[in-house]
Design a protein around this ligand. Structure first.
Ligand SMILES: NC(=O)c1ccc[n+]([C@@H]2O[C@H](COP(=O)([O-])OP(=O)(O)OC[C@H]3O[C@@H](n4cnc5c(N)ncnc54)[C@H](OP(=O)(O)O)[C@@H]3O)[C@@H](O)[C@H]2O)c1
Length: 315
């Protein structure tokens, strides 16, 4: 038996209990000793039972990514553990092809921040927006882990000015430390937010990275330059956004959806390798807080109300 955080009912947080030790059954599966597991908004969506990509059958161990040690002693990042197993446990079953060996210079927490969150930021810029050197990027939700990494990834890819938009002063200050050249506070009337976005980018905004949707996305669509692109990858601010035909058609905008699991595996793997190499060289970071797995209930609640950092559980 091992300790694991189990979801037994949709809509309920996971509970720590004893659960049967995993074994690798299928071809290409292996068991990893979990060193650290990352908490993400998707864990809460999955446990709600109405996730767009489907939820695992009950009961299942929560957690979709982690850092672990394989039987041959390698330290690896893994994602998509095979249900009912998950990363919020002492051991998990994973597909060998989901494991990426980690460079020594990147610690477990940062390796996890580069995973579900970091990879979505990187792929949104490189694979979906096809960011070109010198283009101006606006990152919404800049205080979250996706946003923090998008600011740095855009800079590493040679973007021109990188603007950061968030609700809190702390989030905006941190975005500046991570390389944002200007910040936009997301408060007040939409027209005022659009004015602030435009003032922060006198040459126009070419690409918006949008993990929030809702009213911040509505403002960003208005602020985008002609032929601009908005990559929509999350709905932290709401499931709906409304803008006119003219706002999109009149500027020949492109709105691109992104989910990492619909990205070819080799493209997603290459993105993770690039991120972890930058992290190991000290060129990319993220705010991480580690908690013991026993505190899973507290971590779950904090993730639901905006943790302001990547929460990592250590079994
Ligand atoms: N498509 C994909 O493949 C993919 C992959 C990873 C993540 N995502 C999605 O991307 C989003 C962000 O993920 P994350 O890991 O960065 O989460 P996170 O670290 O919890 O950050 C959430 C972000 O959303 C902001 N936010 C929350 N409610 C808001 C509101 N009402 N108005 C404006 N901003 C609001 C938060 O701002 P405050 O700091 O002000 O609370 C914070 O910046 C989530 O929706 C997640 O599901 C998608």
């Amino acid at each position: 038996m091992m300790r694991a955080a189990l979801v037994r009912a949709y809509g309920e947080p996971p509970q720590l209990e004893d659960f049967g030790d995993p074994s690798a059954n299928g071809q290409g599966e292996l068991v990893v000793e979990v060193l650290a597991a990352g908490l993400n908004p998707v864990d809460l969506h999955l446990a709600s039972g109405d996730y767009v990509g489907g939820s695992p059958p009950l009961p299942y161990v929560a957690g979709r990514e982690g850092v672990g040690r394989t039987a041959d002693g390698q330290r690896v990042y893994f994602d998509a553990p095979i249900p009912p197993h998950g990363s919020f446990a002492q051991r998990a079953v994973v597909a060998a092809e989901s494991c990426v060996s980690l460079p020594d210079g990147v610690d477990d927490g940062l390796a996890i921040a580069c995973g579900i969150a970091g990879r979505a930021a990187w792929l949104s810029l490189e694979y979906r927006a096809r960011l070109q050197p010198g283009e101006t990027v606006l990152v919404l939700g800049a205080s979250g882990t996706v946003g923090q990494i998008a600011i740095q990834a855009a800079t590493l890819m040679g973007a021109g000015p990188v603007l950061a938009a968030a609700r809190s002063d702390d989030g905006l200050r941190r975005a500046g430390e991570l390389g944002a050249s200007a910040t936009v506070k997301l408060d007040g009337e939409r027209g005022a937010i659009v004015d602030r976005m435009r003032a922060a980018a006198p040459d126009g905004i070419d690409v918006v990275i949008d993990p929030v949707w809702g009213s911040p996305a509505e403002a960003a669509v208005e602020a985008l330059a002609p032929r601009g692109r908005l990559v929509q990858l999350g709905a932290a601010a709401g499931e709906r956004a409304s803008f006119s035909s003219n706002a999109v058609r009149g500027k020949a905008l492109t709105i691109l959806g992104h989910v990492s699991w619909l990205t070819p595996r080799d493209v997603a793997r290459a993105a993770y390798e690039r991120l972890s190499e930058h992290a190991a060289r000290g060129e990319l970071t993220a705010d991480v807080e580690q908690l013991p797995l026993a505190d899973v209930a507290e971590a779950w609640e904090r993730q639901g109300s905006g943790p302001g950092c990547k929460l990592v559980l250590v079994p």
